[in-house]
Design a protein around this ligand. Sequence first.
Ligand code: NAG
Ligand code: NAG
Ligand code: NAG
Ligand code: NAG
Ligand code: NAG
Length: 411
Amino acid sequence: MKLATGTLAVLAAFGTVAAQQPARDPIGTGPSLELVHLYFDQWPTGVAVSSSGRIFSCYPLGLDATNTRYQVAELGSNNTESPFPNAQINTPPGGAVDYSTNPPQSKGLSNYFISVQSVVVDPKDRLWVLDTGRALLSNGTLTTSNPGGPKLVGIDLTNNSIFQTILFPPTVAFADSYPNDVRFDLRPSVTSSGQGIAYLTDSSSEGRNGIIVVDLGTGESWRHLNNIPQVRPEPGFYANVWGESVYMNPGNGMPVSRLAFGADGITLSNDGETLYFSVVSGRHLYGVPTSRLRDRGLSSELFATGSVMDLGQKGVSDGLESDSNGIVYAGSVETDSIVTFNPQNGTVQTYVRDSRIGWPDTFSVSGSYLYFTENELWRGPSQQGGVDRRVKPYALYRVPLLNNATKISLV
Ligand SMILES: *[C@@H]1O[C@H](CO)[C@@H](O)[C@H](O)[C@H]1NC(C)=O
Ligand SMILES: *[C@@H]1O[C@H](CO)[C@@H](O)[C@H](O)[C@H]1NC(C)=O
Ligand SMILES: *[C@@H]1O[C@H](CO)[C@@H](O)[C@H](O)[C@H]1NC(C)=O
Ligand SMILES: *[C@@H]1O[C@H](CO)[C@@H](O)[C@H](O)[C@H]1NC(C)=O
Ligand SMILES: *[C@@H]1O[C@H](CO)[C@@H](O)[C@H](O)[C@H]1NC(C)=O
């Protein structure tokens, strides 16, 4: 009798527990995020970490009209930020916009930063600053560039001095181009000039998308994959972050449309032979043999466009990164996560999932860590009907790379 009562009580308890707690999404997966820096001042996109652990960020004036104090900063302890390499280059005289023309245009100043979209530490531990040359007006209009504005600036981190400035001619960075992100292969064998090569994405929302290639020895640049479907926003693209729809919605009486960002994320395979890229307004990861991009022969664009591989879907991401084991990392803004693509078996898996992840913008590898900015891009005024719904501080996190991997070394 006692036994029977006890058994019934136990069964009843199980029944109650089961009814009150159906399965739920556990959210957390993978290594825990380590908070590295909080951004209380300007709105960041890029991050670059040197081999000794120095950290740099950029704050493009082209995406946030209030990013007027500095375009590049070195991050210090206790969440401090100092203009880098100095205050002067970060403050064009009279501002970045020329209001004497109608409509206003960005100034073509080669000795100043106009709007820096990315910062990247190359395999020789040098910092490169990618300037789109395009500033945003306070009413949400993105001005066009002038020659001198769009450029790559190389900075020697042993003495914080500029060693090279590569200007993009207007036939490569068009006035309405948006040079977005860049990766470096410094192996002497990849060019006849022997100083290595850079590959960039052009993510322009109004102009032509594609890949820009730069010979770092001669300073020459050229385009490939011009406006092919794989570098363009996918038709009908729709995304959702933290349970909210994300559209292009600038307010100011301007129409609501789908997010239209072209080729944006870019990274190299560990042997430098494959360039991976993806658009923000799409879900596919693409690869292309880098030899096809370096080729400037008469049929090179035909061969380049014909050699793009669709590596499958990985979710919606902004920046990409890769490691010494060949793993490709991508954000997945719709699943609060960072995913990995394994080129050995073509699979995509969730690596880290955390409710603090919404828009992992840009990645950087240093030591055996993957650093990434979380910048709430989708809550900015151009997505929210002109209302700024971003909440400071923005954050920089890091997680260990998968299987103790390190940075790719193409030197
Ligand atoms: C860190 O910053 C906070 C807020 O500005 C300040 O109160 C605190 O004294 C700082 N700590 C150090 C060690 O500098
Ligand atoms: C924004 O301001 C510029 C410069 O005054 C002007 O040319 C442009 O038409 C404005 N755009 C909108 C949408 O009001
Ligand atoms: C900075 O260091 C590099 C490498 O040692 C050197 O070539 C360059 O001249 C230095 N620049 C300045 C301005 O001292
Ligand atoms: C793909 O390869 C990785 C690494 O060997 C492994 O962890 C993963 O389970 C593989 N994926 C599938 C679906 O087999
Ligand atoms: C990574 O390194 C740690 C510490 O050195 C070691 O214990 C672990 O086995 C390594 N993991 C892999 C997958 O190599």
